[in-house]
Design a protein around this ligand. Structure first.
Ligand code: MRU
Length: 348
């Protein structure tokens, strides 16, 4: 893959501005916490694993100019930076894990000079990116075994290069399969309201030479009825200990359609997307976003009456009973999920 979604370059966070795709491939160079918070909020960077890297780098940006030399003062600054970046978006587990990881290394190094603690935070953020690059390829390796030659695959939102560091989870499975010579046909559901499926997934699959056809979200049932879909594969923002999975709004619709049409429904995620403290999907916090995302097409043309009431949840929860298997970087997890998640992910 030759696209890097988020990186640390020249002492700045370098990321692809995803709000500009597919028209332009533009990179942003961000050198302060506030701008990074904003980039996450307006989804210039998005997708759970990419958000994990962004939040960790954000904490570093928030503390790197700290001038004092006491742990107590530094700790206060660290806590503020962490709380601030955590307030950007509430659902992606990776965003919070990124913060937890850099705080943990700072605490571990608390006896060291402040400059050393800062370096340990940056090092951990870089490690998160390295690990994601490897995790996604492992997901690809395991998941590709589930794909037959000439499979017709439906996906929603973007769980690809642009949602991770450089490879993808759900789309990583497809990239791996294609690299091993399998022929596939992908349908990308446009993903109202912010169109990640058409703007991002169709863009990156096209760029990687994968056969992709875009559909409006409400076309999925018709394709399934016509037996044009062999399987659905999606990413997730957070998976609870029982396998319930939060992903882009509309994912649940697809899972229910799959059940009716007896089509496998797969979720592909790194281990870092699981939140073992959350027992079931009921307890996953779902982000509510601005009405203007629904009332206007990409914030431009008004497509609803001015001032109309709007409900705009960004994610829904797919009950674990609707999921055929969860493809992870440690292997494929099948039901019963409560038991097998613990076993395959070696949760102690
Ligand atoms: O609102 P978004 O675009 O951040 O939503 C992203 C998704 O729903 C992805 O499917 C999920 O984060 C998995 S990314 C590998």
């Amino acid at each position: 893959m030759n696209i890097r979604t988020i990186d640390w370059k020249n002492n700045k966070v370098r990321l692809i501005d995803q709000t500009k795709l597919p028209e332009k491939l533009v990179y942003l160079n961000i050198d302060n916490l506030k701008d990074l918070w904003q980039a996450i909020k307006i989804m210039q960077v998005r997708g759970a694993p990419a958000l994990g890297a962004a939040s960790a780098l954000g904490v570093y940006l928030g503390v790197r100019d700290y001038k004092g030399n006491t742990w107590l003062g530094f700790q206060r600054r660290l806590k503020n930076a962490a709380q601030y970046i955590a307030s950007s978006r509430p659902t992606a587990r990776n965003l919070f894990l990124g913060i937890e990881r850099v705080i943990a290394v700072a605490l571990k190094n608390r006896e060291c000079p402040i400059s050393k603690i800062k370096q340990s935070i940056l090092k951990e953020a870089k490690m998160i990116m390295q690990e994601d690059m490897l995790s996604c390829r492992k997901i690809g390796y395991y998941g590709a075994k589930l794909l037959q030659n000439n499979s017709n695959i439906l996906t929603i939102c973007n769980a690809g290069i642009l949602a991770t560091i450089d490879y993808g989870t759900a789309l990583g499975v497809l990239y791996w399969a294609v690299s091993k010579g399998k022929r596939i046909k992908v349908y990308s559901s446009e993903t109202r309201p912010l169109l990640q499926g058409s703007r991002l997934t169709a863009w990156e699959l096209n760029k990687q030479g994968v056969d992709v056809t875009m559909i409006a979200d409400n076309t999925a049932a018709k394709l399934m009825q016509e037996q044009k879909i062999d399987l659905v594969i999606t990413g997730a923002d957070c998976i609870a200990a029982n396998g319930d999975s939060a992903n882009k709004i509309g994912t649940l619709n697809l899972a229910i359609l799959c059940k009716y049409h007896k089509i496998p429904f797969y979720v592909a995620v790194p281990r870092s997307t699981f939140d073992f403290k959350i027992k079931s999907g009921k307890d996953i916090l779902i982000e509510m976003r601005d009405p203007s995302e629904v009332t206007k097409i990409m914030f431009k043309r008004l497509v609803a009456p001015q001032g109309v009431k709007v409900l705009n949840p960004a994610f829904d929860i797919t009950n674990h009973e609707l999921i055929t298997a969860i493809i992870t970087d440690q292997g494929i997890i099948r039901p019963p999920y409560k038991k097998n998640i613990m076993k395959i992910l070696k949760v102690i």
